[in-house]
Design a protein around this ligand. Structure first.
Ligand SMILES: [Zn+2]
Length: 292
């Protein structure tokens, strides 16, 4: 799933391409694509895009008086669409969930994209769009319960949250109500950079542990953002650089020890025993299930 750096860079590219364009239409292609009943998306028709923002793992298409909040989930993408000369946009686009259509730009240039298409690969259809009043966009669902932004959370804020929410640090990092923008890949990378076990208890990490984790969050995000900004489109998960994530069996780039894995249904926790657990190899969930 794309995380904060991928979405942030994507929002920047979309702003460069679409800022100031006038919205002419919004078309959901199935009944799950639009998650809200009121206000109506048509409230934004005829209004100029005031940039594409981001909060946590959501993209925000800002207009007055409404903002469209978009979640890409696992396999979603928000793609510029440029019709071929003389051909209208397809009304059954492959994987299409919803489409934002724009008027031709004032300074009409050939091959200018005419629309933004929300697509989702696979059958889950969990990607979606919320239409919310712009003045309340951060205080209304789905953004209202998000924790502080990962890129700017301070060591003190993190320390307070750690003390109040005792849980495994890997789970804490992925919990959007605790800190917003981190997913499985960054959680693996942050724990490794902080030299903390992914299964360490947040309540026991103290102010020093929180400071290390905050530093690691900022460092990992800055590197990922630099990589992502160097690209012309959003990376796929296999392209993203990592020291731990999806590196089971590879040598740790810091110490050379083999990267280990603990498997859960749907995701894998990767870690380096030498860097993170004092050399201890943690029980692999899938393996130990059969040993019981
Ligand atoms: Zn290591």
């Amino acid at each position: 799933m794309p995380e904060m750096p991928e979405l942030e860079a994507h929002a920047e590219r979309l702003t460069a391409q679409f800022d100031g364009r006038v919205l002419s239409g919004f078309t959901p292609f199935n009944f799950t694509a639009l998650k809200t009943a009121q206000p109506e998306p048509s409230a934004a028709f005829g209004h100029r895009l005031l940039g594409v923002g981001r909060r946590g793992k959501y993209l925000l298409l800002r207009f007055e008086p409404v903002t469209f909040v978009v979640h890409l989930m696992q396999g979603g993408r928000l793609l510029p669409e440029t019709p071929r000369p003389g051909k209208p946009l397809s009304m059954k686009p492959r994987g299409g969930q919803a489409r934002f259509t724009f008027d031709a730009p004032d300074d009409h240039i050939e091959d200018e994209p005419a629309a933004l298409l929300l697509t989702e690969q696979g059958k889950e259809r969990r990607a979606g769009v919320w239409c919310v009043p712009s003045a309340e966009s951060f205080s209304a669902p789905p953004l209202d319960k998000l924790g502080p932004e990962a890129a700017t959370i301070s060591a003190d804020e993190l320390s307070t949250l750690f003390a109040a929410n005792s849980m495994r640090v890997h789970g804490f990092l992925r919990n959007q109500r605790m800190v917003a923008g981190i997913g499985r890949r960054l959680a693996n990378e942050v724990c490794h950079r902080a030299r903390i076990s992914p299964f360490a208890t947040t309540g026991k990490l103290g102010a020093d542990g929180a400071a290390r984790v905050a530093d690691a969050i900022h460092g990992c995000i800055a590197e990922s953002l630099e990589f992502e900004r160097s690209r012309g489109d959003m990376s796929s998960s296999k392209d993203r650089p990592s020291a731990m994530h999806s590196r089971t069996g590879d040598p740790c780039p810091v110490c050379g020890d083999a990267v280990r894995a603990v498997e859960y249904s749907g995701y894998t926790v990767n870690y380096c025993p030498t860097c993170q657990t004092g050399g201890r190899v943690l029980a692999d969930n899938t393996t130990s299930k059969f040993l019981k």
